[in-house]
Design a protein around this ligand. Structure first.
Ligand code: SF4
Length: 212
């Protein structure tokens, strides 16, 4: 990343930390992927049970593999042998010590925007796991909730649709067509505005482009 773009993004991300704290979240800044992984592994104590929703960011910083290789109880739906096992892992998430997620967008004031088709991800973010750890690249920072929803539906969703081979209009056109397709990823829109349980939601803002 260009030096001045990086400096600008670092300033914006660091200025967001007080807003995150005000919302009952814990906020962290990481200068790169390696530091983000270190912060995450310092937070997640050995022996913890951990799972995740569809998060490319946690994979890109090497966190998923570090947890699998370490002393943790990991439930990875990618390793499920069939749909029943996937559903079982979705339900186990509610009792885990940590749920890892990224965000479709995060506003400069710290509101976290997510859309979901199955709703396993947004439901676990809202309630269940003792801790929710967001790994969020600076590319996900937007001005406000409206911009966040626009980003989620016109950027994240089409790419996810293409990646997962879904039969949605956005996977063909690259933009949201406000569909009601069976594969629709936009069944639930969630804005995480505040954490009722102080510190349950932790956000690591990473000064790199992560996920989409
Ligand atoms: S509503 Fe449909 S077309 Fe629009 S982003 Fe969601 S899945 Fe894609």
């Amino acid at each position: 990343m260009n030096e001045f773009i990086s400096k600008r993004n670092e300033t914006v991300a660091k200025n967001m930390i007080p807003f995150l704290e005000k919302r009952g979240f814990e906020g962290y800044f990481a200068k790169d992927k390696e530091e983000a992984k270190k912060i995450a592994l310092d937070l997640i104590k050995e022996g913890s049970s951990v799972t995740w929703g569809g998060t490319v960011s946690a994979e890109e910083i090497g966190l998923k593999s570090a947890l699998k290789e370490g002393n943790y109880v990991v439930y990875d739906r990618a390793e499920a042998k069939n749909e029943d096992e996937v559903q079982e892992i979705y339900r186990k998430a509610y009792f885990c010590d940590y749920f890892l997620a990224s965000a479709n967008a995060i506003t400069e004031k710290g509101e976290i925007v997510n859309i979901d088709g199955n709703a396993n991800r947004v439901s676990a973010i809202a309630f269940g796991p003792k801790n929710v750890l967001f790994i969020v690249g600076v590319n996900k920072i937007v001005k406000d909730v409206e911009d966040g929803l626009t980003r989620a539906r016109n950027y994240s969703a089409p790419i996810n649709g293409m990646r997962l081979g879904l039969s949605t209009p956005c996977a063909k056109t690259g933009v949201c067509m406000d569909c009601m397709a069976p594969d629709c990823m936009c069944c639930q829109f969630m804005i995480t505005r505040k954490s009722k349980v102080p510190g349950r939601i932790k956000v690591i803002l990473v000064n790199e482009n992560l996920g989409f």
